[in-house]
Design a binder for this molecule. Structure first.
Ligand code: PMP
Length: 398
């Protein structure tokens, strides 16, 4: 049966990480992976998460199945964290949430829901977008195409081009938007620009599918939710895929949620039943542990306060590193003005250096970034920053 099967090439991001691990350069630096790292290069467990986890385990009396839609406390709390209490109450039964295996599971279940409606249009994604959006959505049967987004000349969003493209999308199509901290570019639209995008979606009867993987990593928990909140308050139909991997550090626990807003409670219940049916066909129900922990944490005001303060420190540290990199590079060379690095949001940004230099940094110095020039800002540290500045400058000014 398997004699004709050829081994597939590794995933570009995960594969590069394997190459990094095998590299015997003692000074190697990994700026390619998508996880937060502290000054020691570790991805620690948030103290508040560890406490919530211990309390949950101590109180747990059974491992029987959780409700199929997911842990009700988790679903309620995580919806309130993202959408806000007032709007959740206002939306009432127009909003439903289903627990998923991470943000990827949420994206896939959202895609399955769209397919189950008989939707035959296109899903429009930013150019560029997170590489995994394509396989996740296409393999559910959706067809994807791009709208213009990133401008290499300014290293920011080409908002005019984005608006022009979105204004020409056929009515009824889906527009995938990054809720905050755009992956891979770190270039986000402002609140005013969100308002404009949402007005066009409203005029043209387009449905947003908002991917939120970094709430709290950009400007703050509420600030990062601006787009989602505005969309659900203004539009009749919205899909939101939300991941707890980064902001709760839950990566391997596969903790996420798909949220759906429709015109009324009846439609939302129908949509929810289709999501659960898709889940049943794929994996029956999502893993519970991560959701149980996040739900327990958010249900405790004390643990929530502790987690928020830890999350603030993570964000502030990434911002310091980002500014340090921009200032260091600007001081050391004049070929590229790196101010845009300090303006970027979240964990990633493009470095905007020639591709040949990306390969030289890798082969000569063991500094790994993606070929798109995406770097993980959290891969920088107070210790490696001077070395990175020196080597990038050396390669750029050869
Ligand atoms: N969307 C984006 C844009 C992401 O960057 C990620 C994580 N890399 C995800 C969704 C989902 O991640 P996970 O499935 O690990 O929660």
């Amino acid at each position: 049966m398997f004699q004709h099967l050829e081994t597939l090439p590794a995933d570009p991001i995960l594969g590069l990480n394997q190459t990094f691990l095998k590299d015997d350069n003692p000074d190697k630096i990994n700026l390619s992976v998508g996880v937060y790292q502290n000054a020691q290069g570790q991805t620690p467990i948030f103290t508040a998460v560890k406490k919530a986890e211990q309390e949950l385990i101590d109180a747990q009396l059974t491992k029987t199945y959780a409700p199929q839609a997911g842990d009700p406390t988790f679903l309620n709390q995580v919806s309130r964290l993202l959408i806000g209490d007032t709007l959740v109450d206002e939306l009432g039964d127009r909003l439903e949430a289903v627990m998923t295996p991470g943000g990827c599971g949420a994206l896939r279940m959202g895609a399955e829901l769209l397919v189950s409606t008989g939707f035959k249009g296109k899903v429009w994604v930013s150019d560029p977008t997170w590489a995994n959006h394509f396989p996740l959505l296409q393999s559910a049967g959706l067809s994807l195409t791009t709208y213009r987004y990133y401008d290499e000349a300014t290293n920011g969003v080409n908002f005019e081009a984005m608006m022009e493209d979105i204004s020409n999308i056929p009515e009824g199509d889906i527009v995938l938007l990054h809720g905050c901290c755009h992956n891979p570019t770190g270039a986000d639209i402002s609140s005013e620009q969100w308002d404009q995008v949402i007005s066009v979606l409203q005029e043209r009867n387009l449905v947003p599918f908002i991917d939120v993987a970094y709430q709290g990593f950009g400007e703050g928990l509420d600030e990062d939710a601006y787009g989602v909140r505005t969309a659900v308050s203004k539009l009749p139909e919205v899909l939101v895929a939300n991941s707890c991997s980064k902001n709760f550090g839950m990566y391997r626990e596969r903790t996420g949620v798909i949220m759906v807003v429709t015109e009324n409670g009846r439609q939302t219940q129908a949509a929810k039943s289709h999501i659960m049916s898709a889940a049943r066909r794929c994996y029956s129900m999502s893993p519970y542990h991560g959701a149980g922990v996040v739900g327990h944490l958010l249900n405790s005001p004390q643990l929530t306060a502790e987690w928020k303060s830890e999350l603030n420190k993570v964000r502030e540290r990434m911002n310091r590193l980002r500014v340090g990199l921009a200032e260091g590079l600007n001081a050391a060379q004049s070929r590229i003005n790196f101010d845009f690095v300090s303006r970027s949001n979240g964990m990633f940004c493009y470095l905007g250096i020639p591709q040949a230099d990306v390969l030289t940094l890798r082969s000569e110095y063991g500094i790994y970034l993606l070929e798109s020039t995406r770097i993980n800002v959290a891969g920088l540290s107070e210790d490696n920053l001077p070395v990175i500045v020196e080597r990038v400058t050396e390669v750029l000014t050869r």
